[in-house]
Design a protein around this ligand. Structure first.
Ligand code: CO8
Length: 258
């Protein structure tokens, strides 16, 4: 498939998706969301790829859903149409790790897209916000649900009700982003983190992702039980044998994803 709204590259074991509608600050329209879904699924099914990075431009990761596209929607357009469901949750179905590398604006659906990734690395110029209230609507892709889990109810309410933006420093303090890097180092840093992840055992990476995500869906005791079973099952992999043997032999492990 030819892409027009995103750029797709591979860097050894890392798949890189760059949102690319610069004139609209990467506003997330139907076409972009279609292409994003196709690219994500292609990386998911590509045996060479072990980690995915989604990024935007220096000015904007994404300034939200495309306001021009939805401005005249009726309730029925919104409720029955597939714009609203188009690949917005696809990213949650990807079992390989997905890193959001965010510079500039991550607003509305852009902030929600970043939060759907497994973690966010922010450039020092990043700005996060849920400004939908200013448009007479509210976050529709998980903003009111994922923000409180990520940064507390108080800050989530503040951001969603006042539409104020959070800069990178505050986002890191609040736990929304895992690290901040200088804007011109963002991609390098994100690709390096992705390459580190991609050097590990893919089945184990997938188990870790599944287990951490389970923490948001279940009780502590059920979550620990789930983790314990995955821990047990890791002993059925060749990679666990190789990882522990390599440690004892003081060498770098060679994982085979088996
Ligand atoms: N949609 C469409 N076009 C946009 C968007 C957007 N979200 N954001 C920016 N643009 C366009 C502008 O219209 C402008 O186009 P043009 O040059 O043709 O006039 C171009 O991008 C550049 O934008 P600005 O001139 O405004 O640039 P500034 O640097 O002055 O301002 C801002 C940058 C602050 C980011 C500003 O553009 C802005 O406030 N944008 C809107 C942010 C916003 O409100 N986002 C939330 C959108 S609603 C949403 O995301 C709901 C998600 C629900 C998902 C539901 C799934 C189920």
């Amino acid at each position: 498939m030819e892409f027009e709204c995103i750029l797709v590259e591979t860097k050894e074991k890392v798949g890189l998706i760059t949102l690319n509608r610069p004139k609209a600050l990467n506003a997330l329209n139907d076409q972009l969301m279609n292409e994003l879904g196709v690219a994500l699924k292609a990386f998911e099914h590509n045996d060479t790829i072990q980690c995915i990075v989604i990024t935007g431009s220096q000015k904007a990761f994404a300034a939200g859903a495309d306001i021009a596209a939805m401005a005249n929607y009726s309730f029925m357009d919104a409720y029955k149409g597939d714009y609203i469901t188009r690949n917005w949750e696809t990213i949650r179905q990807i079992r390989k790790p997905v890193i959001a590398a965010v510079a500039g604006y991550a607003l509305g659906g852009g902030c929600e897209l970043a939060m759907m990734c497994d973690f966010i690395i922010a450039a020092d110029n990043a700005k996060f916000g849920q400004p939908e209230v200013k448009l007479g609507t509210l976050p529709g892709a998980g903003g009111t649900q994922r923000l409180p889990r990520a940064i507390s109810k108080a800050k989530a309410m503040d951001m969603c009700l006042t539409a104020r933006m959070m800069d990178a420093e505050e986002a890191e303090r609040a736990g929304l982003v895992s690290r901040i890097v200088p804007a011109d180092m963002l991609l390098e840093e994100a690709l390096s983190a992705a390459a580190t992840i991609a050097s590990m055992s893919l089945p184990v990476i997938m188990m870790i992702k599944e287990s951490v995500n389970r923490a948001y869906e279940t009780t502590l005791s059920e979550g620990v039980h789930f983790e314990r079973r995955l821990f047990h099952s890791s002993f059925g992999t060749e990679d666990q044998k190789e990882g522990m043997k390599a440690f004892l032999e003081k060498r770098t492990p060679e994982f085979k994803n088996q």
